[in-house]
Design a protein around this ligand. Sequence first.
Ligand code: SAM
Length: 327
Amino acid sequence: MNKHTIVDYLRNPNDPVLFKQADAVRRKFCGNAVFIRGLVEFSNHCCRNCLYCGLRGNNRVLRRYRLSPDAIVAAGRTIVKRGIRTVVLQSGDDFFYTRPMLCSIIKRIKSLHPDTAVTLSVGERRLDDYRAFRDAGADRYLLKHETINPRLYTAVHPGHRLSRRLRILETLRKLGYQVGVGIIVGLPGQTLDDLAEDIMFMRDWMPGMAGIGPFIPQQHTPFRDHVPGDCATVLRVLALTRIMTKTVLLPVTTALSSIAPGEGLPCALKAGANVIMVNFTPREKRRQYAIYDNKAAVGFKKACTVIRQVRRVISLERGDAFSAEGK
Ligand code: SAM
């Protein structure tokens, strides 16, 4: 598919045909498993000022929290006890957690069970940090590129450049991480051409994972009055990404479940997705991880029910990236 065809699919959708094709590609190249990951949002402090994100440093209204290393490991233990073999640690870009602190947390979680994978999603750090985290046992790193349009990237991340984000992604891959990229669909100023470029980037770069979710406004950000991304477009981007990458791990993002609480999860699973993130952040902190308004929290039971409903297989295994390029 060239850019023109992709934009056509995004603009003049024939969704049943597109989704059916994506589902067939998913079945052929990835099988029927839906991998469950356990997510711990361990800090909502952030030094960045992304215009769309409620965690941005300039948001003075948000009540901030940090979990102690022991509390993070305890959440990891709950995940492992459930039998889930991937622990995802996410936070704002928060340098309170030093390199030795994060290395120790990674090692402690890895020691909970010999087959546990640790995914980090802690933003932009020094190169030496990424190397140390990898040496400590981290397996995967999720750093969404957000948009592949450099002008849009800088417009929504004032003072930051896409080229740096992409250099970090290359570094992570060289260090041996399974790397996750991803985009926000419906960012103010984004066009269908931009989305087509994003899909082609994911096809060419071949990440291990790709997080694709809608933009959702957050009341204490400069983007508070913008319209959210729409569910149908997210599903089309998911399906096209599945068709063009074949093997990439595609989570149903929490953002999609938030804008489409009923149908988002099953529809995404039928349009190419094969991963669900279940939230294990301590209950009393979840509301404070307010990246956007009315954020859903997908629970373990709900995830299992939906996976069964769409006649797929629940997998708690590590679910490593399929492709060699994804590593
Ligand atoms: N700080 C890390 C980073 O930048 O990769 C991880 C935490 S960050 C809060 C996780 C993701 O939240 C971002 O990659 C972004 O795509 C998403 N996000 C933040 N605000 C959002 C919004 N208003 N709508 C949709 N997604 C949003």
